[in-house]
Design a binder for this molecule. Structure first.
Ligand code: SF4
Length: 205
């Protein structure tokens, strides 16, 4: 499928360039797909500058869409799941071409976004929205899951924006944040689930 598609795809799409931070194969540690093997494609850059951000999304290299698809194959072989994250993936308009190419290569594409930049996505793309500020209503509606960071408080102000399941994720897996998230989930079991950063427990990326 991938080879046939490569022959058909327009040259301009194959040569679209992306700014990247890293590509690596691991397990998804958070949310509904916790424990699922996935190739992570971390794009460089973000349109926000959150005080608490601990993600290194600095530009490390530039690659074409085809190069990224090839690297995903090298890292993950036949792994079905690819997670595009950042930074903010939709800060680069070229991300939509990457999603198209990965889907054509037979991958199940997941994207993690801060939900500030509205985009149209195919129905089979799994969208995780973790709001920080300026949440786009259309991205909140499109989300398959929401991830709210619990850091000294549960950010209840975002809850009404989402119909999708909401995962409460304690910042840094700190016991006081875990306790707050557990308490909130028990108090509102129809809206909340707990998401721990399980990769940190077992020392993988
Ligand atoms: S939106 Fe996410 S990646 Fe961007 S600065 Fe905030 S925490 Fe960091």
């Amino acid at each position: 499928m991938g080879d046939r598609y490569r022959l058909r795809r327009p040259a301009r799409e194959r040569h679209v360039m992306l700014q990247l931070a890293e590509i690596f194969y691991t397990l998804q540690g958070e949310g509904a797909y916790t424990g699922t093997p996935a190739v992570f494609v971390r794009l460089a850059g973000c349109n926000l500058a959150c005080d608490f951000c601990d993600t290194d999304y600095a530009l490390k290299f530039v690659a074409s869409v085809d190069d990224v698809v090839r690297k995903v194959r090298e890292e993950g072989g036949g792994c079905p799941m690819v997670l595009i994250t950042g930074g903010e993936p939709f800060a680069q308009a070229e991300t939509l071409a990457l999603i198209a190419a990965l889907r054509a290569d037979g991958r199940r594409v997941h994207v993690e976004s801060n939900g500030t930049i509205p985009v149209e996505l195919p129905d089979d793309v799994w969208l995780t929205v973790s709001p920080k500020e300026r949440l786009s209503p259309s991205m909140a509606r499109r989300a398959d899951e929401a991830k709210l960071i619990v850091d000294g408080r549960v950010p209840h102000e975002w809850v009404a924006s989402f119909d999708a399941p909401i995962f409460l994720q304690p910042e840094g897996n700190k016991p006081e944040n875990v306790a707050l998230a557990v308490e909130a989930a028990k108090a509102d079991p129809r809206r909340f689930r707990l998401s721990l950063q399980t990769h940190k427990f077992i020392g993988i990326r």
